[in-house]
Design a protein around this ligand. Structure first.
Ligand SMILES: NC(=O)c1ccc[n+]([C@@H]2O[C@H](COP(=O)([O-])OP(=O)(O)OC[C@H]3O[C@@H](n4cnc5c(N)ncnc54)[C@H](OP(=O)(O)O)[C@@H]3O)[C@@H](O)[C@H]2O)c1
Length: 159
């Protein structure tokens, strides 16, 4: 991740699993403030966050959604448990993938010609969705992380 700009100093992450915590550690290393939430109250994940992502703050989803930039890293089949109202006007990075072996067969994605992100964008009315961080394994985020300017540095796409 690049050095924080005046426009995005705090990153809110919805999901404290494999991807959410890897993104959190990386963002902290890059100098961002990180707020991380799950569907549970902040107090229930505070210890986990302290241990797994030291420096990040465990918050409720409403507080993570209030960050300058929000990353969604929840299992895709749970997307309807997100609150679209919290994300209106936000730039939201969709790190989610649809993978039936883990998500189960989800009608919204099996029988809809749209991409999963188009479905999520329609659900999160009022947000500006950016698809990224979904095409790299959570462990590779840190294993392959290199300083800006490093020759051969791995790039991530977004759209
Ligand atoms: N694993 C990878 O290497 C990888 C790579 C790229 C993309 N992805 C994609 O990234 C997404 C997350 O994968 P993962 O492996 O990190 O999943 P995971 O380890 O199962 O973690 C999912 C997290 O989401 C939380 N969560 C569920 N519902 C939530 C909600 N409504 N609000 C906030 N948090 C919520 C869960 O906590 P609670 O259930 O306690 O709320 C948990 O902390 C998936 O769509 C996956 O396809 C995964």
């Amino acid at each position: 991740m690049s050095t924080p700009t005046r426009d995005a100093r705090t990153i809110g992450i919805l999901g404290a699993g494999r991807v959410g915590t890897a993104v959190a550690r990386h963002a902290l290393k890059a100098g961002y403030k990180v707020k991380i939430a799950t569907s549970k109250p902040a107090a229930e994940i505070a210890l986990l966050v302290d241990i797994i992502t030291p420096g990040a703050t465990a918050v409720d989803a409403v507080d993570a959604a209030a960050a300058d930039l929000v990353v969604i890293a929840v299992p895709l089949h749970k997307y309807r448990t997100l609150n679209p109202g919290l994300l209106v006007g936000k730039i939201v990075i969709d790190a989610m993938n649809y993978w039936a072996p883990t998500d189960g067969e989800v009608n919204d994605f099996e029988n809809d010609p749209r991409t999963s992100s188009e479905v999520i964008q329609a659900f999160l009315t009022g947000s500006r969705l950016v698809k990224s961080l979904n095409h790299i394994g959570y462990h590779e985020l840190e294993e392959d992380g290199q300083e800006p300017g490093t020759p051969g540095r791995r790039a991530l796409g977004d759209c």
